[in-house]
Design a protein around this ligand. Structure first.
Ligand SMILES: *[C@@H]1O[C@H](CO)[C@@H](O)[C@H](O)[C@H]1NC(C)=O
Ligand SMILES: *[C@@H]1O[C@H](CO)[C@@H](O)[C@H](O)[C@H]1NC(C)=O
Ligand SMILES: *[C@@H]1O[C@H](CO)[C@@H](O)[C@H](O)[C@H]1NC(C)=O
Ligand SMILES: *[C@@H]1O[C@H](CO)[C@@H](O)[C@H](O)[C@H]1NC(C)=O
Ligand SMILES: [Zn+2]
Length: 524
């Protein structure tokens, strides 16, 4: 009798789990047929020249993070979640990226940034240098520098920008402009004296020395720009946010001094100043909104800190004024930090916010002339499972208890990390804690102060000119080669000369090359 009741209850629950329309097979057939129509249209390739390139990099945004972020986004809109679509889900082309570093199976953000920005795989911990450079060995650097697509774009006359939620001198952005044997050399304060003696420069300094005319730079990292012990403009009494520079330089002044006097250069450190700029008149923008990394989106001070989406809007408005187009790197940099702390909720809200920025950028640009690529540097040992029913809250419990310790468990778990918790000799009973809290640390199998990266492939989503070249399982360093080819910059420009390779579809560019060859034969 009791068993029967349970089965009945379960069936009642299951029935309401399935949206009414999904019970009709025609719903799924129509949905699939619609998708098929769109897929068939893709046979007409977009071989335009990409005037603009936007690269969105979700730091640590593995495929499990993308799926969980999609469900979260849907649930925030009162949907069940699984059926919802991220902006990146709407991109027509998806490929996989092999993320390993030359010396690491499970990579870090520095070696990978060198791959997807400079087109060359490198050692972990190094930025903008080849694998001939040993981490933290300054004297292995010289002669082994590699340049990035940001530089190639600049050399081709495009405007360029960097927007991140981390420090602007953190691993991901730094590979766009710096060459450093150690990603941790944020300012000279973080460098061993021997590296300074050997002539290596800190990354903050390189941001303004190497490519002095980057139009847009936004993120955190103020403290690395000011002389040691300078109090921070926003946290006057907080010692940990004081300036760090041993060379006594004020890099904001250095930045300003390097700008042509007839150009309008603006430095801002808060959201209200950023949003009150007249963007039609700003030529160079430096926005540093926090002393170190920016706040998590969930904790953001909406007075002083812009959202990632707001920064992207501002950046595109400024960069778009260049008739030759632009390259913009956008990093959702703290997805990674949320995961390292075992705080899945922070990580997933960061991912949802980056997706919102992707939607915004899509609305401000055109598929005709803008190649947009969304990818990650590496994954995390983040997972969700446990036979959760349809629409289960993404931060909720699995519908079962462990058949070993009899305790419930959250669907989201980590392979390792700080959430490992034993209470009175047993795994913590999660039903007595607030597992939906923003800073709840999901349980992990192995205790570690910092949860680690994961080694599996990550996704590459692409739309716009030549997006179809991202089509299979690729080495990560292939990505900037495609972006450069599409934009006719960097090393691949031969296919651009004839004036072919734009505004046509299909094999026409090839035909016109053939025609020119035939013409030449007639002439000689
Ligand atoms: C490079 O620097 C390291 C210390 O960082 C030193 O041990 C080594 O001898 C140096 N090599 C050369 C060729 O100068
Ligand atoms: C740092 O600055 C504070 C206040 O500006 C000052 O009281 C303190 O003496 C300074 N410390 C050093 C080591 O210069
Ligand atoms: C933003 O920065 C400007 C310039 O320093 C300052 O005048 C203003 O009070 C700041 N606004 C906020 C909300 O902190
Ligand atoms: C876990 O905690 C809940 C709520 O206090 C309690 O009802 C349940 O019995 C506990 N489970 C175990 C296995 O201790
Ligand atoms: Zn990381």
């Amino acid at each position: 009798m009791k068993a029967l009741l349970l089965i009945l209850l379960a069936e009642v629950c299951l029935a309401s789990l399935v949206p009414e329309k999904e019970k009709n097979p025609q719903y799924w057939r129509n949905q699939a047929q619609q998708t098929l129509k769109i897929a068939l249209k893709l046979q007409q390739l977009n071989t335009n020249v990409a005037k603009n390139i936007v690269l969105f990099l979700g730091d640590g945004m593995g495929v499990s993070t993308v799926t969980a972020a999609r469900i979260l986004k849907g649930q925030l809109q009162n949907m069940k979640g699984e059926e919802s679509l991220l902006e990146m889900d709407k991109f027509p082309y998806v490929a996989l990226s092999k993320t390993y570093n030359t010396n690491a199976q499970v990579p870090d953000s520095a070696g990978t940034a060198t791959a997807y920005l400079c087109g060359v795989k490198a050692n972990e911990g190094t930025v903008g240098v080849s694998a001939a450079v040993t981490r933290a060995q300054c004297n292995t650097t010289a002669g082994n520098e590699v340049t990035s697509i940001l530089k190639w774009a600049k050399e081709a006359g495009k405007s360029v920008g960097i927007v991140t939620t981390t420090r602007v001198n953190h691993a991901t952005p730094s590979a766009a402009y710096a060459h450093s044997a150690n990603r941790d050399w944020y300012s000279d304060n973080e460098m061993p004296p021997e590296a300074i003696q050997q002539g290596c420069k800190d990354i903050a300094q390189q941001l303004f020395d190497n490519i002095p005319d980057i139009e847009v730079i936004m993120g955190g990292g103020r403290k690395y720009m000011f002389p040691k012990n300078t109090s921070d403009v926003e946290y006057q009494n907080d010692d940990k946010y004081r300036g760090t520079r041993l060379d006594g330089k004020n890099l904001i002044d250095v930045w300003r001094d390097k700008k042509p006097k007839d150009k309008n250069s603006q430095y801002v450190w808060n959201r209200s100043d950023l949003l009150s700029l007249n963007l039609m008149e700003v030529d160079f923008l430096l926005g540093l909104f926090e002393p170190i990394d920016m706040m998590y989106e969930l904790d953001r001070n909406v007075q002083t800190d812009p959202s990632l989406t707001e920064m992207v809007q501002v950046a595109i408005k400024i960069l778009q004024r260049n008739p030759r187009g632009f390259f913009l790197l956008v990093e959702g940099g703290r997805i990674d930090h949320g995961h390292h702390e075992g705080k899945a909720k922070q990580a997933l809200y960061e991912a949802v916010e980056m997706d919102r920025a992707i939607g915004e950028a899509g609305g401000m640009t055109s598929l005709e002339d803008t190649l947009t690529v969304v990818t990650a540097d590496h994954s995390h040992v983040f997972t969700f499972g446990g036979y959760t029913p349809r629409g289960n809250p993404i931060f909720g419990l699995a519908p079962m208890h462990s058949d070993v310790d009899k305790m419930p468990f959250t669907s989201i778990l980590y392979g390792n990390g700080p959430g490992y918790k034993i209470v009175a000799g047993e795994r913590e009973n999660v039903s007595v804690v607030d597992y939906a809290h923003a800073n709840y640390q999901a349980q992990s199998a192995v205790p570690l102060r910092q949860e680690t990266h994961g080694g599996e492939d990550v996704a590459i989503f692409a739309k716009g000119p030549m997006a179809h070249l991202l089509h299979g399982v690729h080495e990560q360093n292939y990505i900037p080669h495609v972006m450069a080819y599409a934009a006719c910059i960097g090393q691949n420009t031969d296919h651009c000369r004839s004036g072919a390779h734009h505004s046509t579809v299909g094999p026409l560019p090839f035909l016109s090359t053939l025609t020119s060859i035939l013409l030449l034969k007639f002439l000689f």
